[in-house]
Design a protein around this ligand. Structure first.
Ligand SMILES: [Zn+2]
Length: 434
């Protein structure tokens, strides 16, 4: 009988790591950096900087790390968010890492633009295709492409010893790819023995007032079309759904979308995987060159990329001259530089700083509010969670009818049984059979 060990995730959000074992054969799903202590407390920063098994940052998985004899078949990564893949630097180079094309691409882009401590390196990797099973010893692993704020995210079906385990990964049903959840619900996989399902939003801090990504796009449009001055926006580059919403809303309101080199390069790369993504010839996207980003491109990629994007390059003068046309999605440092010049000409009156990320970051990083105070911009929160709300969690659980439903990636596991059937809560590190 196969065994599952959730090394981290039974009582926390982030840092997921699940081991599945059949006799002496083992695979791992996700190896993420924790975002918080078990139960939600703040992590020790020193421990995070020097992760080890002893200080509890690295999950205690035998035969996984560089200083041991490799004894794990493979590590499967559900998506590129750091809380699902951030500890891959520590694994033994002989252990293959299985990733989707999009996940691999985003990790590679991170190696170009992220600060050194956030870069993820692994030499030995294999690309899996969604919906195409990978067979490894007794395991058959199939990725199901899912709707999530992280691009190209997977759920995994693991078939082993005549049992079926479904790992939801991070997912939602209110993004731009809600069809992916519908597809699973309409043609559910039968006889699921164990469903490991996330429950990030169940604590209630993830509701913002928007129900889905379409409403976010509509609100962007409302703001941009009424705005008689520049619009400023803060969103994660890797939230590709959000970039598309932004692109569509700026286009509809006939404004110019100004992206930094990192975000533009990211879209340009991912377009090779998803051709429907912007940029398109003759679109409304311009690129603001930030010295640090340009240097990263020269150091890690090729200078020719800077020339390739030159036709889209925008200078501060043009932004100032046509300020009412501009929607700037740039880092705060660049927004400051530009805003300084803008307010010298005309002070901001009704300028909005659209914060389009999880509001927890606002409490963590005061520089968003500081920026707004300093430049007299109004902070407005336009966002929808990257994670499923209760109705979609219920949809998945109902469709898959698991014999056992185990909460993961949640601070509200104890509440699962009021919403779902067959819930069993385990503790981190505690092996259980299915
Ligand atoms: Zn995620």
């Amino acid at each position: 009988m196969p065994q599952i060990i959730i090394h981290r995730g039974t009582h926390t959000i982030g840092g997921s790591c699940v081991e599945i074992k059949s006799n002496s054969h083992r695979i791992l799903i996700d190896l993420g950096t924790p975002l918080m202590e078990k139960g939600g407390g703040e992590l020790n920063q020193n421990a995070l900087e020097k992760p080890s098994v002893e200080n509890g940052i690295l999950p205690d998985v035998k035969g996984l790390y560089k200083d041991t004899n490799p004894d794990i078949f493979a590590v499967f990564i559900s998506h590129s968010h750091i809380d699902h893949c951030g500890l891959l630097n520590h694994i033994h180079p002989e252990i293959p890492v299985f990733v989707s094309k999009g996940t691999h691409s985003l990790i590679e882009i991170g190696r170009v633009f992220y600060p050194p401590q956030s870069k993820i390196f692994f030499e030995n990797y294999k690309i899996f295709k969604h919906w195409r099973p990978v067979e490894l010893g007794p395991f058959k692993i199939t990725s199901y492409l899912m709707d999530h704020s992280g691009y190209d995210a997977s759920s995994f079906l693991v078939e082993v010893d005549d049992k079926k385990i479904f790992y939801s990964g991070d997912f939602r049903g209110h993004g731009r790819k809600s069809k992916l959840l519908e597809r699973i619900v309409e043609k559910p996989i039968s006889n699921i023995d164990c469903l490991l399902m996330e429950g990030t939003t169940l604590g209630g801090q993830h509701k913002v007032g928007f129900e889905n990504e379409e409403e976010v796009e509509q609100e962007f449009f409302n703001i941009f079309s009424k705005q008689k001055d520049v619009s400023l926006i803060m969103a994660a580059g890797s939230n590709v759904d959000r970039l598309v919403s932004l692109y569509k809303a700026t286009r509809k309101s006939k404004k110019t979308l100004v992206l930094d080199l990192y975000t533009y390069y990211l879209l340009d790369q991912l377009k090779q995987i998803t051709p429907g993504l912007p940029p398109f010839d003759g679109d409304n996207i311009r690129v603001f060159y930030i010295r640090g980003h340009a240097q990263n491109i020269v150091d890690h990629l090729d200078k020719s990329i800077l020339y390739k994007y030159k036709t889209r390059k925008i200078e501060i003068d043009e932004i100032v001259d046509q300020r009412e046309q501009m929607v700037l999605k740039l880092p705060v440092s660049a927004l400051k530089k530009i805003s300084k010049i803008l307010i010298k000409k005309t002070p901001f009156e009704n300028v909005k700083y659209i914060f389009s990320m999880w509001k927890g970051y606002l409490d963590k990083d005061s520089y968003h509010q500081d920026f707004c105070n300093e430049y007299n911009a109004e902070l407005v929160h336009v966002h929808v969670s990257g994670h499923a709300y209760l109705n979609d969690l219920k949809k998945l659980a109902k469709a898959l009818k698991p014999k056992k439903l185990v909460p993961i990636h949640t601070l509200s596991g104890e509440n699962f049984s009021s919403h779902f059937e067959n819930v069993v809560i385990y503790d981190d590190h505690a092996p259980f059979e299915i």
